[in-house]
Ligand binder design. Structure first.
Ligand code: G3H
Ligand code: 13P
Ligand code: ZN
Length: 287
């Protein structure tokens, strides 16, 4: 069932677990995630980025998400991930996204605040939740190579000031997390700054969001949840599951032309990945 994200997150805050926000681009990923959520009796967030929208179409993708969410017996929220373009944010809100992210994290503090406030003003009038970000993640792969990732981590005092200055409902933080499949494929050593997270969580009341969480060891993720992470974004691990199932399929088959048969192994593998995440995040049985 389609619900407002605040219903899902308030409960996660009350009982101390995190809810997965899975990135979706197509019907197959939506099916896989929702089957996992139903099997695990877990709440779940389906999210689309601007590039997912460019790929699939906003109306098409939101209609798919809404229709699929309406068919399952667990709470499902729909979220716009990494919004940058005010026009797309407004269009997404018009398409029943009751949660949007404005990602001004690449901007200097003041500009990030101005941009985020603008979205908060518009969204709150429509009872839509806004996620903001302070600290930087994207392109972090380069910073890892140069050893300067820490320079972009979220400062606790900036985090508390940013929430006050903007009125965001949820806050994404940079504590060693970063986007992309490379960190998994290249078997990078992944380390969250849990001490910094604990400091942020003691001063920020808004639910904290961990982006770029694919590939991080379960132990670290569980500790991050104990410290106050309430939403965890997963895209890369679903992509890898989708692609690996395809590679395996094509190694074994060259005479199958029915897309349903071709895509089925990818759906099953993504579902398994989503189930594993739900178990680690502590939201199994919390629907
Ligand atoms: O952080 C978000 C995604 O992992 C990247 O998504 O390729 O759909 O923009 P995108
Ligand atoms: P990953 O690339 O680690 O899956 O992160 C996804 C994400 O943060 C989407 O917003
Ligand atoms: Zn992200």
């Amino acid at each position: 069932m389609l619900v407002h994200i605040k219903k899902i997150i308030r409960k996660a805050q009350q009982f101390g677990y995190a809810v997965p926000a899975f990135n979706v681009n197509n019907l197959e990923t939506i099916i896989a995630v929702l089957r996992a959520a139903e099997k695990m009796k877990s709440p779940v967030i389906l999210q689309a980025t601007e590039s997912a929208i460019a790929y699939a179409g906003l109306e098409e993708l939101s209609a798919l998400m809404r229709a699929a969410a309406g068919e399952v017996n667990v709470p499902v929220a729909i979220h716009l991930d990494h919004g940058h373009d005010l026009k797309i944010i407004k269009q997404a809100i018009a398409q029943d996204f009751f949660s949007v992210m404005i990602d001004g994290s690449a901007c200097p503090y003041k500009k990030n605040v101005l941009l985020t406030k603008k979205v908060v003003r518009f969204a709150h009038e429509k009872k839509v939740w806004v996620q903001g970000e302070i600290g930087r993640l994207e392109g972090a792969e380069d910073w890892v190579k140069t050893g300067k990732l820490e320079a972009f981590f979220t400062e606790p005092e900036d985090a508390v000031r940013f929430v006050q200055d903007t009125g965001v409902d949820a806050l994404a933080v940079a504590i060693g997390n970063y986007h992309g499949v490379e960190k998994i494929i290249e078997k990078k050593e992944l380390k969250l700054d849990l001490k910094r997270l604990a400091e942020i969580a003691t001063v920020v009341r808004a639910p904290l969001v961990l982006h770029g969480a694919s590939g991080f060891p379960a132990g670290q993720i569980k500790k991050a949840i104990k410290s106050g992470i309430r939403i965890i974004n997963i895209d890369s691990e679903l992509r890898i599951s989708f692609a690996k199932a395809q590679m395996e399929f094509w190694r074994k088959n060259n005479k199958i032309f029915d897309p349903r048969k071709i895509l089925k192994p990818s759906i099953l593998k993504m579902q398994k990945t989503a189930e594993e995440k739900i178990k680690i995040f502590g939201c199994k049985g919390k629907a």
